[in-house]
Write a protein that binds this ligand. Structure first.
Ligand code: NDP
Ligand code: GDR
Length: 371
């Protein structure tokens, strides 16, 4: 018999990679997607299976983490062996704009899942993975950060995720449920949302190289993150739920890098060298060499500028994870390093925007539909 998994946030970056992984392992995968006025399944369209066919392995359900009746019904109908709770309002900066919604979806949403499993009498059958985050560490208490490091959240997002973390631990202890936290550090990929810093940079670099954009405006270039590849991190999620005992794990590379260095690496991928000048919100990056004959970027061109509106009211300055427990207990080891990640993301975005150039050069352009 195939195992059954339910993935919330199936249309997101991690949802897409995890769905692919679990389908390859022979799972029946149920995914919860939100209704939106435009299609929002682009990341999983290649995995889509026509519900009119027999024996389909992937099934999507409309739902929302703010609707407990919907969650109870879907969990009852699907009777999952494993739930991966990946759905969240996941953007830290946006959580300052929508704090109440973020608390509802990211914090109480997790409670709704746990409570649905309990009410339906599935505590012995259904294992629950909660997508916890290195943002819990917030203001630096200790480096590197491990399963034992105290939390000090610095955004409405992180505070909501802190509730989700502890309610998961509490249900595990109170009701003897298999409910666990993966405390994942930042992980990126070509599927990363366009407004997270890595993807914003790789898209910007590709567009600048191809002459489609002038410069990239960024916020805090000093922030340091422990960046891995989402493909490696969904493997860890799966492994965490296969352990004999329910426990929480840190998933990280153990290497930290400033945003400024990510910018430099991304430009280097297209043969452009940059140097940074100035300080704080006057800092810029200018081109010092363009070694790729395909791209005609003038030396001295300003390609990055700081815009203070991307600063956050409270920032997380430094994240670096200690992956010892996941390496020893799960046997988890990432296949990608940062250089490999940057290479793949930049190559993907160059390819993406080359198509745009081709359309433009062939006389097609994006017409304003009200013209
Ligand atoms: P994304 O933002 O790419 O995906 C989030 C998913 O959640 C999307 O499918 C989104 O739907 C869905 N969603 C948002 N709000 C709701 C809601 N109210 N009800 C139902 N679904 C909702 O995030 P990632 O894939 O990067 O991250 C997955 C999870 O892991 C998140 O919980 C995130 O907070 C957490 N995390 C991520 C890390 C990272 O570096 N990527 C690190 C640590 C934790 P839609 O497509 O319609 O917007
Ligand atoms: P983060 O990711 O907040 O760590 O949360 P993000 O890529 O948004 O920011 C990383 C760092 O870069 C700085 N930064 C900018 N960030 C954005 N988005 N845009 C900019 O222009 C910019 N300039 C500088 C930020 O200030 C920050 O320090 C991600 C999300 O996936 C969360 O859901 C997840 O929990 C954590 O990673 C781990």
């Amino acid at each position: 018999m195939s195992k059954v998994a339910l993935i919330t946030g199936v249309t997101g970056q991690d949802g897409a990679y995890l769905t692919d992984l679990l389908l390859k392992k022979g799972y029946i995968v149920h995914g919860i997607k939100r209704r939106s006025s435009l299609f929002n399944t682009e990341r999983i369209d290649h995995l889509y299976q026509d519900p009119h066919e027999k024996n389909i392995q992937l099934k999507l359900h409309y739902g929302d983490l703010t609707d407990s009746t919907n969650l109870i019904r879907i969990i009852q109908e699907t009777q999952p062996d494993e739930i991966y709770n990946l759905a969240a309002m996941s953007h830290v900066a946006v959580s300052f704009e929508t704090p109440e919604y973020t608390a509802n979806a990211d914090g109480i949403g997790t409670l709704r899942i746990l409570e649905a499993v309990r009410l339906l009498g599935l505590t012995k059958k259904t294992k629950i993975y909660q997508a916890s985050t290195s943002e819990l560490y917030g203001k630096v208490q200790e480096i590197p950060q491990s399963e034992r490091t105290p939390f000090y959240p610095r955004s409405p997002y992180a505070v909501a995720k802190m509730y989700a973390y502890w309610i998961t631990v509490n249900y595990r202890e109170a009701y003897d449920m298999y409910a666990v936290n993966g405390i994942l550090f930042n992980h990126e990929s070509p599927l990363r949302g366009e407004t997270f810093v890595t993807r914003k940079i790789t898209r910007g670099v590709a567009k600048i190289a191809l002459g489609l954009q002038d410069k990239i405006y960024l916020g805090n270039l000093d922030a340091k993150r422990d960046w891995g590849h989402a493909k490696d991190y969904v493997e860890a999620m799966y492994l965490i739920l296969q352990q004999p005992k329910p426990e929480d794990y840190v998933i990280a590379t153990g290497v930290t890098t400033p945003v400024r260095e990510f910018v430099r690496m991304a430009f280097n991928e297209v043969g452009i060298e940059v140097e940074f000048k100035g300080k704080d919100d006057k800092e810029i990056a200018v081109v010092t060499a363009c070694k790729n004959p395909d791209f005609k970027i003038a030396v001295g061109k300003e390609v990055v500028a700081v815009d203070a509106r991307y600063y956050r009211p409270t920032e997380v300055d430094l994240l670096i994870g200690d992956p010892t427990k996941s390496q020893t207990q799960l046997g988890w080891k990432p296949k990608y390093d940062l250089a490999g990640l940057v290479k793949e993301m930049v190559a993907n975005d160059v390819e993406l925007f080359r198509k745009e150039v081709l359309l433009k050069d062939s006389g097609y352009y994006v017409r304003n539909q009200f013209e």
